[in-house]
Design a protein around this ligand. Structure first.
Ligand code: GAL
Length: 492
């Protein structure tokens, strides 16, 4: 029995997570499921994209991936053993509506997810479901150019409603999109993700306009998000009693110098990356920095879009991995090609300053270990979007594929330091309600194919054998200790 003033102390040593805090692992349909044409599923944009030579580092694809479609019971056993109380997964839109709203619901797909959700719940694990994690039915690309066309809102709304109808009695956490900022920047500015569109100066694409199309795609995504939230709030939320939000990729930006120009560049960097999506959803307008720079290129919301969604989310999902220095290119001269364009907010974001890295490099080009970024990002979101609960929907450590590597002490150090940073943010008042590590298993890492491994479990991609790494037992122990502490605290 702990003393009565325990609750007030809550300092570093005595910090405890709230009892209902969600600890989980995260995955996505294309990266995990495989079964790419099974039970009525049709091609997704990622199925098509990966079949184009040269797009994926190792020439691989997600046709089989880690075969989660067939092996999910075994994978849920692993989660149960870890002691997680939540599982973040995404649904494959092309499995549920192979032709979008131009065809029928694929009941085999519905049955699959029904079985899976029941299986998750049976183990005392809470499903935390993303509607679209980059993959969409290719049909929507063929028919009307997917996110570039406002029509997609009707498709997304229809899809979301089908999911609420079939699964909403059991799913209490919905996110509409995973990292739409990454999706539009890579898909329409740099062209390295489908649908591979960009201007010549930004990448190697045959079509596209990096100055306009990312803005249009983002606008259609924001409107689609609002439409889904609306339908949920109007027709389902009261009865189903779930929450709906969006998951964003976050980068913490440090100013490269203490000059006012570089500090303002940090704000612009967030505006052109994160608040680009969140400000319209929460406040009904794009960030001022974007409006100032982009002027009439920035699409407008209709009154109808906005009146419908007062604070159009119940929570914000924060995916936090890496941080960057931000350098001003508005008032200062930047080298050509170094981020200085208007669609990047006239900011050059870079991992180095005077030849020294920010934090610790990982060997994966976009990824530096900088746990302070987790704390600062959570505080930034807390201050800007007051009272909106936060979930760390992804955080994890990736290593180049250099053999079996079961002794992943670097992953353990990474998780431990980022979780400490998360606790610091919570102590300062951030309302964080969950943490999901990316990922339970090694899996298909987008354009890096199978060359980067993020799993607590090693996967042999030939035999599909799963083998625990050191980090699996570390996370298990971490969760166990947290449970014991919250129990003591509750009993106190
Ligand atoms: C995130 C993405 C995940 C996963 C992870 C690791 O940006 O949502 O799907 O790939 O990065 O790189």
């Amino acid at each position: 029995m702990l003393s009565g003033n325990f609750k007030e102390i809550n300092n570093e040593e005595n910090f405890h997570f709230p009892k209902n805090f969600l600890f989980g692992t995260a995955s996505s349909s294309y990266q995990y499921e495989g079964a790419y044409l099974t039970d009525g599923k049709t091609l997704s944009n990622w199925d098509v994209f990966t079949s184009i030579p040269g797009k994926i580092a190792d020439g691989s694809h997600g046709k089989v991936a880690v075969d989660h479609y067939h092996r999910y019971p075994e994978d849920l056993d692993l989660m149960e053993d870890l002691g997680v109380n939540s599982y973040r997964l995404s649904l494959s839109w092309a499995r549920i509506l192979p032709k979008g709203r131009f065809g029928d619901v694929n009941m085999a797909g519905i049955h699959h997810y029904n079985r899976m959700i029941n299986n998750i719940l049976k183990r005392g694990i809470e499903p935390f479901v993303t509607l679209t994690h980059y993959d969409i039915p290719q049909e929507l690309e063929f028919r009307y150019g997917s996110w570039l066309n406002p029509q997609i809102r009707e498709d997304f709304e229809h899809y979301a409603e089908i999911c609420f109808q079939y699964f909403g009695n059991r799913v209490k956490f919905w996110s509409t999109f995973n990292e739409p900022n990454v999706q539009v920047i890579l898909g329409y500015r740099k062209g390295t993700y489908p649908p591979s569109r960009c201007s010549k100066s930004f990448g190697n694409c045959t079509h596209g306009d990096s100055y306009i199309e990312p803005l249009v795609a983002a606008h259609n995504i924001i409107r689609s998000h609002l439409a889904a939230v609306n339908i949920y709030r109007k027709n389902y939320q009261e009865e189903q009693r779930g929450k709906i939000g969006i998951v964003m990729n976050t980068i913490w930006f440090e100013p490269v110098s203490e000059s006012l120009a570089d500090r303002l560049a940090v704000e612009r960097a967030q505006a052109f990356y994160l608040t680009w999506f969140l400000d319209p959803i929460v406040f009904g307008r794009y960030p001022r920095e974007m409006q100032d720079i982009l002027g009439k290129d920035l699409p407008k919301f209709t009154k109808d879009d906005l009146k419908s969604s007062k604070s159009g989310l119940d929570f914000i999902g924060i995916n936090q991995y890496t941080s960057r220095y931000a350098k001003d290119c508005l008032h200062s001269k930047c080298e050509p090609g170094k981020g200085g364009t208007r669609v990047e907010g006239f900011v050059y974001a870079n991992a180095h300053k005077d030849g020294l890295p920010l934090g610790e490099p990982t060997g994966v080009d976009w990824f530096n270990i900088y746990p302070q970024g987790m704390e600062k990002m959570l505080m930034y979101a807390t201050e800007r979007y007051k009272n909106i609960p936060l979930y760390v929907t992804e955080n994890g450590f990736g290593e180049n594929n250099t053999g079996v590597l079961l002794n992943d002490y670097r992953r353990v150090n990474f998780m431990s330091s980022y979780l400490d940073a998360l606790k610091r943010a919570m102590r300062k008042g951030a309302d964080v309600r969950g943490y999901f590590t990316w990922s339970l298993l090694d899996n298909f890492e987008w354009i890096s194919g199978y060359t980067i491994r993020f799993g607590l479990y090693h996967v042999d991609f030939d035999t599909q054998e799963r083998t625990p790494r050191l980090s699996a037992s570390w996370y298990k122990n971490f969760i166990f200790q947290h449970r014991a502490q919250s129990k003591d605290y509750d009993d106190a």
